[in-house]
Ligand binder design. Sequence first.
Ligand SMILES: [Zn+2]
Length: 79
Amino acid sequence: MLRFKPALVALLLDARGEALCDDCLARALRAAPADVTRTTGELSASPDFLKDVWRCSGCRRIRPVTRTVLLPHSVPLAR
Ligand SMILES: [Zn+2]
């Protein structure tokens, strides 16, 4: 059911600093929007992710979006 969760996390980390709405994430992952909404809801319980109403970096609409929050304890993200 949540097999795309790692892909979702990877996508958010790769797009860090950008806020993406569930629809854009679903499109990018070819996943069901409802599944994405539930998963981003789960991620928002983590201090590493923030879900809030903001302008989506993808579709530019104001809607609930998810983005990463870079905290000192976060996994190494250096490229
Ligand atoms: Zn969007």
